[in-house]
Write a protein that binds this ligand. Structure first.
Ligand SMILES: [Zn+2]
Length: 267
């Protein structure tokens, strides 16, 4: 293929990428006139598309290190090296590591709802970007992105699975293989809302399985399990057990939001 000389009057035409790039630029400039960029939450005018205004951005409690290596919970101070919280030491989770973008509060809560109930594509793009940023270490050690499956009944009423949207977006951005069918719900579960920690655990225990025809795709593999919110970790824990049972080499969990104030969950 001829090289593009960078001179517009040269005989060699620019590669198609350049045309596409120019078209995208022109289209964006045009769409900025037709639809000026606004904050995804409060609709205040801002400089670029698919993001938040400064006020809504400040209302997100991003989870930053130092973190508990197993649960992904923020720790008060760094002691050097890998740190494990007292909670993880007392009751180790069935997955290797969990990470989340932010605490489940404020603007993050609003964005999760926008994704969950309205499938806002603009929201999906921003959340996907944040997700892969928060999960950089996990993505580096993973081969396959698998979403927590939604109950069939809920899939019917809501018509899409927000965890699958996130896992798909994460895989697209990182090059991980996206496998939405490696896990199945094998029995119906109640909604986890309002349940105590113990009830949540019992409600989802044994509710997930790897279908036998797909066990070969899981055995020996490093899996990145994706969900929207981690509350007590019961749901992702039950999924991780099923993946381990099918022989997964490691299971890490990546979510948008993490409930960091466990006093909010009845025990
Ligand atoms: Zn705003």
């Amino acid at each position: 293929m001829a090289e593009w000389s960078g001179n517009e009057s040269a005989e060699v035409p620019p590669p198609p990428d350049n045309d596409a790039g120019r078209f995208r630029k022109a289209f964006r400039a045009l769409s900025d006139i037709v639809m000026p960029p606004v904050c995804l939450i409060c609709r205040a005018p801002i400089a670029g598309h698919d993001t938040l205004c400064a006020r809504c951005w400040r209302d997100i409690d991003f989870i930053r290190p130092p973190l508990c290596d197993r649960l992904g919970l923020p720790l008060p101070y760094a002691t050097g090296g890998t740190m494990i919280s007292a909670a993880a030491a007392a009751d180790p989770p069935p997955y290797d590591r969990a990470r989340a973008v932010a605490s489940y509060a404020g603007s993050m809560r609003t964005l999760v709802h926008a994704l969950k109930f309205h499938d806002r594509h603009d929201v999906r793009r921003l959340l996907g970007k944040w997700l892969v940023e928060a999960g950089r270490e996990l993505v580096a050690d993973a081969e396959i992105a698998v979403p927590v499956p939604l109950a069939r009944r809920r899939l019917w009423t809501r018509r899409f699975n927000q965890a699958a949207l996130l896992a798909g977006e994460g895989a697209r951005l990182t090059g991980l293989r996206y496998e939405p069918l490696l896990l199945e719900r094998v029995r119906a579960t109640e909604s986890q809302v309002g349940l105590t920690r113990g009830q949540r655990h019992r409600n989802v225990s044994g509710a997930f399985a790897v279908p036998s025809r797909r066990e070969g795709s899981v055995a020996g593999r490093k899996i990145l399990l994706v969900d929207d919110v981690i509350t007590t970790g019961s749901t992702v824990g039950a999924c991780a057990r099923a993946l381990r049972h099918a022989g997964a080499a490691r299971v890490d969990v990546l979510a948008l939001a993490l409930v960091t104030d466990h006093a909010l969950i009845p025990s």
